[in-house]
Design a protein around this ligand. Sequence first.
Ligand code: BGC
Length: 337
Amino acid sequence: MRSPHRHLVTGFLFFSLLLGACQAGIDAFQQNKKLGRAVNIIGYDPIWSSFEQARFKEKHFQLIKQAGFDSVRINLHAFRHMDKNTNFALSKDWLEVLEWAITNALNNELAVILDLHEFNAMGDDPTGTKDLFLAFWTQIAPRYKDAPDEVLFEILNEPCRSVTPQLWNEYMHQALAIIRQSNPDRTVVIGPAHWNTINQLNVLDLPEADRNIIVTVHYYEPMNFTHQGAPWSSHKDQIGIQWHGSEEEKQNIIRDFDKAQAWSKEHNRPLLLGEFGVFDKAEMPSRSRYLRFITRTVEGYGWSWAYWQFDKDFVLYDIDNDTWNQPVIDALIPKHP
Ligand code: BGC
């Protein structure tokens, strides 16, 4: 081709390809597919204070991958590891554990959500913790600016109590602006107020122009079933509640999920069910039926999901005996190897 426009045409083609590649790289729906099936890990592991006392070891990343999971959500209780005397600097040891966890997840082809899990501290005192909250993202965002797309940031788990929906919108915008300074193309996970409840999606005020966001909701309904016997819950004294999987029980869940799905379609935002599960005191057949129903239903909507949790309670993996909680893994991932 000898046309004088040749360079222009080639240039245009190249530019289009580049643009296409960039956009493809940051498509939040594609990113959500990568999250797929996830599990919450190490939030309450002694690893953060002493690597030697860790319950969760390197081999567990491989086990998680082999079982059929696509990603992990790392629950970060970071505030107690930030030094008030030096601009809330995160401790070196804590950052090393984080680095270890991210590296091992990625080495095992697991995507990673870095979930700031300081919902209790913030829910109790939003004003007193605001500096810590912003300082966390001021340090973590630039630190991981060159990390692969498979590393996602979740601004805050379950904004609640004194973090009202209005205040949450304000805080979330500020944190997102900090993140975007160093990570213009990072996928960010954001959920509604009131413990990431579906009913608050309508007042979640996301920046319209920022399309690289996955929206997360949590679901533990019916609470008297999922939280029976859980010491911190108002249902701690009632056990023996079953979930039969009756049409009515299923419809109650579908009605809630349909609301979220309608919101997701209207706003063109992908959804992650970032937490769900049944406390260990529930009888296993009910627990298994419920988990199966939740996961298959959510997958039918095209959402990703993250089971609560690997270890500690709601146990998916019995670390002491080195074995999966079989009915739970069978329910979550039916065809696992
Ligand atoms: C909290 C856990 C709790 C779970 C279910 C999580 O967000 O961090 O402490 O066990 O929700 O209630």
